[in-house]
Design a protein around this ligand. Structure first.
Ligand code: IPE
Ligand code: IPE
Ligand code: MG
Length: 274
């Protein structure tokens, strides 16, 4: 669904007024293959169209003032897909980085990456390095691409580094607490996601940010990723604003958080009217 520019600005302003904009949104971008299959197209056509959703989501999140957006683009397990699909995905990634970096730079987006980057083809690594270098002084949205990433890889790598530092005597086992573990993960210095979105209707984490998602609010969309555009992000954020995040406490302890359900409900109605 496309939204006229004026309407879009109005929706964004309404969303900012109706509650908190999440600091960190993480997205499992799923359903590209099914989107293509439904249209009798090859799977890669779905991945291609998915790039449009990435572009729209990044732009909308930047405009809303989201500070961190982490996109699950390729998992450790995705290496097990047919060779052809993997190589087409790598080529698509390279092309998208090449085509989008200037625009990302102009939009004040800082590109970053998490995952086992060394396992990616050399050309992809060098496009990534260019995008990261070019945008490193940007101060707007931090766009994290999770590539060859899995939560278990992240935790295992952290444990190895912790063991190394203990062996070298720079870290004592007694001092290891949760903030220290967080600091050894690939997301160090990044607040945990407030909101996890998964498209494509499956209700699972698929080895995404296992440690970091401990208290994230989860929003599942039945839409395939290529269909998921900015109004869907707005609807997900509006839904998030409706939640009461208790972090183990009781409702009375957290009620000062100031969410205003009536405005949000109105907002959701506005979205569905478009
Ligand atoms: C997500 O879409 C993209 C990647 C995992 C790279 P899929 O390719 O998993 O699409 P479905 O789930 O098969 O529809
Ligand atoms: C999760 O999607 C990984 C990414 C979106 C990159 P998958 O399609 O790989 O997940 P499963 O296999 O359905 O759990
Ligand atoms: Mg999938």
């Amino acid at each position: 669904m496309t939204v006229a520019v004026g309407n879009d600005k109005r929706l964004q302003d309404e969303l900012k007024r109706s509650g908190n904009i999440p600091t960190h949104i993480a997205i499992i971008m799923d359903g590209n293959g099914r989107w293509a299959k439904k249209r009798g197209l090859p799977r890669i056509a779905g991945h291609n169209e998915g790039v449009e959703s990435v572009r729209d989501t990044v732009e909308a999140c930047g405009q809303l003032g989201v500070k961190y957006l982490t996109l699950y683009a390729f998992s450790t397990e995705n290496w097990k897909r047919p060779k052809d699909e993997v190589s087409m995905l790598m080529r698509l990634l390279m092309r998208a980085l090449r085509d989008e970096t200037d625009k990302l730079y102009q939009n004040n987006v800082r590109v970053r990456v998490i995952g086992d980057i060394q396992s990616l083809p050399q050309e992809v690594q060098s496009e990534l390095a260019d995008a990261i270098e070019k945008t490193k002084l940007n101060t707007g949205l931090n766009l994290f691409l999770a590539l060859s990433y899995s939560g278990r890889w992240d935790v295992t790598t952290a444990i190895r580094k912790i063991a190394d530092d203990v062996m070298r005597g720079t870290l004592s086992p007694e001092s290891i607490d949760e903030p220290i573990v967080s600091a050894y993960l690939s997301t160090k210095d990044v607040p945990d996601p407030d909101l996890l979105i998964r498209t494509g209707g499956e209700v699972r984490i698929s080895n995404f940010l296992l440690w970091q998602l401990a208290y994230s609010e989860i929003y599942i969309s039945s839409l395939f990723w290529p269909e998921f555009r900015r109004t869907e992000i707005y609807a997900a954020i509006a839904d998030y604003q409706h939640r009461e995040r208790r972090f183990g406490m009781v409702s009375e302890q957290v009620q000062s958080s100031g969410h205003k359900p009536s405005t949000v409900t109105q907002f959701l109605k506005n979205v569905s009217r478009l």
